[in-house]
Write a protein that binds this ligand. Structure first.
Ligand SMILES: [Zn+2]
Length: 232
């Protein structure tokens, strides 16, 4: 018997390889798969599915990911890790503060229309630097220089909406939650391709907020039908 401390984790052979779960087909199935993955991550029982050489080989001919992530670039908010998924499972678009521009919308439409992905997840998180920088600019009345300005300009409408709804700027979590909701709305408003698919049930768009301390993702917005609504 070999010493596991020197050989490292064994690759599954074709005979011992666990059967990968079938690819979720509907928005509701995709949501359930992500929820289960996040639960494993929170509870420390991750399965690391679809991360072996056999999966890599299976994917050489093409990809059929089941969810698109549109999330913040923050290094602590990596979709495949937080939702315990592997190669070929998630189509991921990330910018600081998940700001919506033409190329991001093009990527989301590519996922929905070309890859036929049934679910888009907008993923925000607490302690978001992009949201904090925007609140600072909004309150201080001065914009940052360089292309940081473009970033802040795209978050500002969410901050204004939060302020109008009576959310204090000191409550960064609630301002961030508003930004996640506004991002879901903006995708629907600007992409008729995505909106048409939501209308006929082929696609849903959900907004989630991620908590750094416990690793949980909370449902805060739903467009379309995933068989579930936000808790509050
Ligand atoms: Zn962030």
């Amino acid at each position: 018997m070999s010493d596991p401390s020197t050989t490292g984790p064994a690759e599954h052979t074709e005979a011992t390889r666990p059967l990968a779960p079938a690819r979720p087909q509907t928005p509701a199935e995709a949501w359930q798969a992500l929820k289960a993955g996040n639960r494993r991550f929170v509870e420390g029982t991750v399965a690391h599915p679809n991360q072996d050489a056999a999966r890599r080989a299976d994917l050489t001919e093409g990809q059929r990911p089941f969810a698109t992530f549109f999330g913040c670039s923050d290094s602590r908010v990596a979709a495949e890790v937080i939702f315990d998924q592997g190669l070929g499972d998630l189509f991921v678009v990330r910018t600081a503060g998940h700001v919506v521009g033409p190329t991001e919308l093009g990527s989301l439409e590519f996922g929905a229309e070309v890859l036929d992905i049934p679910l888009i997840v907008v993923l925000g998180h607490d302690n978001c630097g992009a949201v904090s920088a925007t609140i600072q600019a909004f309150e201080g009345g001065s914009m940052p220089g360089g292309f940081l300005r473009d970033l802040v300009e795209r978050v500002i409408p969410s901050v204004i909406k939060a302020g109008r709804d009576g959310i204090p700027m000191s409550n960064v979590h609630d301002v961030m939650t508003e930004h996640v909701k506004q991002t879901v709305h903006l995708i629907l408003e600007r992409s008729s391709g995505c909106a048409d698919r939501v209308a006929d049930g082929r696609l849903a768009i959900v907004g989630l907020t991620y908590t750094l301390t416990d690793g949980s993702a909370e449902l805060v917005e739903v467009a379309g039908d995933i068989g579930e609504l936000p808790a509050s």
